[in-house]
Design a protein. Structure first.
Length: 170
């Protein structure tokens, strides 16, 4: 058992740093880590984030969000990064979280990089909130979303295409 576990970890670490590996083999390992990370951040932002103003509520509702009053937004110097090294590396490798990330949505929590706040960005992130609601929460959304990102790439993931298609300036 111990040997098998150790080999699994070695496989995962090699795969993470191998540019040619198919990350889908890592999904079963990454998913529970991603869900736990997202859920703990969502709890945190629910306590400390700011609710939307009237204009933002209206945009969220246009994006299809049912409970816009639950959305919380924070402006941050740096996007929250997973503490787990494997998850952090995978997120960066998949292009999901990096220096260029302007916004991040986890459940009803929206993180916005300093200087990036705009209606266009918020509308994109609020569409992700709608997607979380439609899926039934973080634990239901993450498997669908991560599978798409691994399969299609971040840019072409259907849920990202949907969010981009709903972007609006006003
Ligand atoms: Zn997006």
């Amino acid at each position: 058992m111990r040997r098998a576990a150790r080999r699994d970890i070695a496989t995962i670490i090699n795969a993470i740093f191998d540019p040619n590996i198919d990350l889908s083999v890592l999904l079963p390992t990454l998913l529970p880590k991603a869900i736990a990370w997202a859920e703990s951040l969502a709890v945190d932002i629910a306590r400390h984030g700011a609710p939307l103003d009237a204009a933002e509520i209206a945009i969220a509702q246009r994006m299809g969000v049912r409970h816009a009053e639950l959305i919380r937004v924070v402006d941050v110097d740096r996007m929250p990064a997973p503490t787990d090294a494997i998850l952090r590396e995978a997120a960066s490798k998949l292009g999901m979280l990096g220096p260029g990330t302007a916004g991040l949505t986890l459940g009803y929590g929206v993180w916005v990089a300093c200087g990036q706040r705009s209606m266009r960005l918020l509308s994109h992130e609020f569409r992700h909130v709608f997607q979380y609601e439609a899926a039934g929460g973080i634990a239901a959304f993450m498997p669908i979303y991560l599978d798409q990102v691994v399969r299609h790439g971040y840019w072409d993931a259907p849920l990202e295409r949907d969010a981009r298609a709903h972007e609006t300036n006003a």
